[in-house]
Write a protein that binds this ligand. Structure first.
Ligand SMILES: [Zn+2]
Length: 131
């Protein structure tokens, strides 16, 4: 789950946790006070949260990974934006496939890094109990 905090244009702050699909909101989110659409802000919050989670590992290698993930996410968003403005059905499909691949790559890198750091963690503990 990723914590998302949103400050609406009306001044209302609201927060929630979400399981992102392809690094984005699985559905729409609206301000509880004025009903304004906050989905785009939420998507930006998720992207930065994912980046923060990766950056918390604190190494140059991980920072490079963060940029790779952000690059892939950006590619995916651009792909979807392009697909939405296209009229031809085949082009839309190709573009969406490209966007999905970019998102998938970002997700794969993210999960791979998380698994790897989880595996390394016990070795870093000096007081790991020996039998
Ligand atoms: Zn509002």
């Amino acid at each position: 789950m990723v914590p998302v905090k949103i400050q609406c244009g009306c001044g209302q702050k609201y927060a929630f946790e979400v399981e992102p699909i392809c690094g984005r909101m699985p559905g729409k989110v609206t301000c509880p006070v004025c009903g304004r659409d906050g989905t785009r802000t939420a998507n930006e919050a998720i992207a930065s949260q994912l980046a923060v989670q990766l950056a918390s590992e604190r190494s140059v290698h991980n920072i490079m990974m963060v940029f790779a993930v952000i690059g892939c996410l950006t590619t995916g968003i651009v792909g979807i934006t392009k697909a939405l403005t296209m009229a031809d059905g085949v082009n839309v499909l190709l573009c969406l496939l490209g966007a999905t691949a970019a998102f998938g790559m970002a997700l794969a890198v993210f999960l791979w890094k998380r698994d790897k750091s989880a595996m390394n963690r016990p070795k870093l503990r000096p007081n790991f109990p020996a039998r």
